[in-house]
Design a protein around this ligand. Sequence first.
Ligand code: MGD
Ligand code: MGD
Ligand code: MO
Length: 746
Amino acid sequence: MTKALTIPEPAPLVRKEPPSVAGGLPAVVSGMKHALGQAGIVRGARLLRTLNQFDGYDCPGCAWPDPDGERSVFEFCENGAKAIAEEGTPLRVAPEFFARHSVAELAAQSDLWLGKQGRLTHPMVLRPGASHYAPLPWDEAFALVADKLRSLKTPDEAVFYTSGRTSNEAAFLYQLFARALGTNNLPDCSNMCHESSGTGLSETIGIGKGTVRLDDFLHARVIVVIGQNPGTNHPRMLTALQQAKRAGAKIVSVNPLREAGLLRFKHPQEVFKGATDLTDLFLQVRINGDVALLQGLGKALFESKAVDESFVRDRTENYLNYSAHIERSDWADIVFSSGIREESIREAAALLASTDRIIFCWAMGLTQHENAVDNVREIVNLLLLRGAFGKPGAGVCPVRGHSNVQGDRTMGIWEKPKPAFLDALDKATGISAPRKHGLDTVEAIHALHDGRAKLFFALGGNFVSATPDTDYTAAALRRAVLTAHVSTKLNRSHLVTGETALILPCLGRTERDGGQLVTTENSMGVVQTSRGRMPPASEHLLSEPAIVARLAEKTLPSSKVRWNWLAEDYDRIRDLIAQVVPGTENYNERARRHGGFYLPNGPREGKFLTPTGKARFTVHDLTRNQLKSGQFLMMTVRSHDQYNTTLYGLDDRYRGLKGDRRVVLLNAEDVDALGLREDQRVDLVSHFRGETRTAQNFRIVAYDIPRGCACTYFPEANALVPARHVARGSNTPASKSVVITVEQRA
Ligand SMILES: Nc1nc2c(c(=O)[nH]1)N[C@H]1C(S)=C(S)[C@@H](COP(=O)(O)OP(=O)(O)OC[C@H]3O[C@@H](n4cnc5c(=O)[nH]c(N)nc54)[C@H](O)[C@@H]3O)O[C@H]1N2
Ligand SMILES: Nc1nc2c(c(=O)[nH]1)N[C@H]1C(S)=C(S)[C@@H](COP(=O)(O)OP(=O)(O)OC[C@H]3O[C@@H](n4cnc5c(=O)[nH]c(N)nc54)[C@H](O)[C@@H]3O)O[C@H]1N2
Ligand SMILES: [Mo]
């Protein structure tokens, strides 16, 4: 049962009709309000001016790319503005704050309250048995971590987590440190995010990344947006979709919800132009009905003889198994599992049949299911049938989350590094990196729980709130000898601690780092520079590379790597990266070029990087709906007012909900059938392999969602996601496929 970890804000819910248009003036007003309100007028305006400009900083919001050519003065979106306002707040969480509030008191506050207290200013320690965090000098903080690391039986008892805001330079140094120490325990947020995409794409096309560039959107004839809510999570993508529409593309949206941003969009800077209808065909799929739908599209393509035979013959393998499987499939099954009528599937297939310039975009709606990897591979199957790779306007576009999550992986933040990467790393640095694979996020939780891991170090993020099974994960962290977090803002993970706990405050992306610049990689493989220009929130902050370097120097005094020397001038880190990471030659010079440089991408150039050089068709069983009567399949999603576990507010403007996040969205007929009513408070119980988990006190909202489906917000509902309920092949928590029942409160 979940108790203390997600504390609700008591507030009434106000419902409005969801808006029919995303963007427009309300988005500008909301973004400005956050930036100018939180950060102050002068600071806020300055922050916004340099956001995503060629000589500015990379927006810490999402990983959507910036245009290669002209950029408008306001190359930002509402939610980017909120993200930087969050970082630019004038409020401070200083030692006096921690003296005033015990950890127990802070733990009784809501996530919204915690995040609103301001920026962390000093390194702080919570000693064994202490009730309050106390300040300590940086040197002592590093010595403390170094001591604890040295006292471990093996380096594999340490876990080094990363969240995707970390720059390439910090990430490279961090993985080097973990490996110099002797472990590949480098789990990251990607394990909960696009791991399923990486897995599915690597196996089939030989690269775990997307293959399109931003300008491909101008050449595409059909764009499918599936399992993604760009209006909220990637607002600048709507501009690309609008441009694609104006250039003649058709857009198909596949989602259990009619997300406002997918339907119509008004560009915030086109004050005098009308809104654009974005979606030509909306398919309201059942939660996790996508494999069925994608197979249905394949079947319809076969039936209309729309297979690109020469592409299939020359460039692919395993086609006969796939075609036989699809031929055997049954329309009734497909319609039942997907929840979409055969005519609609055929209508969408006719669009795909009309062109080979097809882009599929997706995000968490596909990657967080038990069969998430199958979802991704079925997309590849369809694109292969149509020959839609290696051509302008065609390919796969997994839209990344955190602004540098893709770069972190390129830099070696990965628990399963390739031998070639480790060989190059050893050669360039003189370390001997371990070859044994490390723990991913879910495995790290289990290892901490059963004592195989004892020390948890995080470079960013909010582990306890972002991971599944909140109570189980909290218990796991509480068993650690040390939990240490490099953070900008206070969060729940600072309050669910090991025997000793540390908070190590760092500079944010927008802040001046002694004149140094860092680099990041966006969702389309562009590496570019980012230079913060705002004064740091406190003189005691260190940059992430400096924190990693000083910790490494303390822990490994006789290491061959000159840690502090590297961190003194990030050009030196980049020179090292250039020796290790393929495609980053002349890193320093090329990253400084106008707009940066593209990393190599075989399939984009029509070269599949699989062992045979051919792209691979794959075969999957249809996912059958296993729900018992009274059960629902629940997805956990983001509202318009949050950045992952950071809450900006309690509203979800694009879904017409205001003031309460502890809600469960259900189809009105299901609410009736349960004998319940709108607005009633209920408990949610999840069911997994005979176990149950409960999250209390959710409000019923009748919503336009397919029957048998339920929707709640992340992280409030994470306590319901079983840690062992994961995607096959990628081990990503299946947090969009949780079986629940809805129980009346006693
Ligand atoms: N403002 C803001 N921006 C963000 C973030 C944020 O929290 N706030 N988070 C960042 C991060 S780390 C990430 S990974 C991305 C996340 O970006 P998204 O993936 O867009 O985020 P979610 O809210 O998880 O939304 C998932 C969408 O998939 C749909 N969906 C759920 N289940 C299914 C299904 O079974 N099938 C289909 N077809 N659709 C389904 C949901 O209805 C929802 O529209 O955004 C990034 N950008
Ligand atoms: N149920 C459910 N669970 C999910 C998801 C879901 O859809 N449903 N989505 C998953 C996904 S896609 C992701 S990516 C993960 C996210 O997991 P995380 O990345 O671990 O979580 P965030 O909420 O993004 O981390 C926020 C914290 O990062 C710190 N921070 C912010 N900026 C910086 C910085 O510049 N440097 C440093 N060092 N720290 C900084 C702040 O202290 C802030 O509190 O959650 C996953 N969990
Ligand atoms: Mo993510």
